[in-house]
Design a protein around this ligand. Sequence first.
Ligand code: GRF
Length: 207
Amino acid sequence: MTSERFKIAVLASGRGSNFKAIAKRCAEPGFPAQVACLITDRPAAPVVAIAEEFGIPWHPVLPGDKKGRLAAGEEERIVGLCEDARVALVFLAGFMRILRGPLLDAYAGRILNIHPSLLPSFRGLDAPRQALDYGVKVAGCTVHFVDASVDGGPIVMQAVVPVEDGDDAETLAGRILNEEHRIAAASIELVASGRIRVDGRRVRINT
Ligand code: GRF
């Protein structure tokens, strides 16, 4: 009997640099997870070409009329796609639609999100810009479990970068993004290898 690798679905809406970093790591021999599929609300987004380059199946879902929402029934469809592919973990990598219902219920404690700030500071959109405007001296990124709050679930990993005097939102976001790529894959590795235990708000990592 061949043992099946831990399967993940990635949900993404845009450029797809985190998706690419995850797909690359998952393609390395010995990595404990594999990307079963990409699910996107923007079939024309660059992330789709990356999925095709890696031979990863992708599925479009319909955006709703309201900004930031999915069309009625689409979150249920995501659950169906994930269950059909026997997905054990859902990773949100720049997915620009709010999930509040069926996916959170079906995959409670099994959804991760990556956010470009040191949470709980600077939730929501344009986090690197928010950090610059506030005048912080260090910034960074966070991988956290997703619950019904906005960017508020238990934190799995964070990485810190300096804010340089000459930074604008773009240069700071680029520095943060390099760290995102690292901790996105590292968090998946931890979960897939069963090394994570969630204890209230604290995520404990077995060494
Ligand atoms: C990243 O900064 C991520 O933290 C945020 O959306 C951005 C997605 O970038 N949630 P990419 O599509 O992975 O390049």
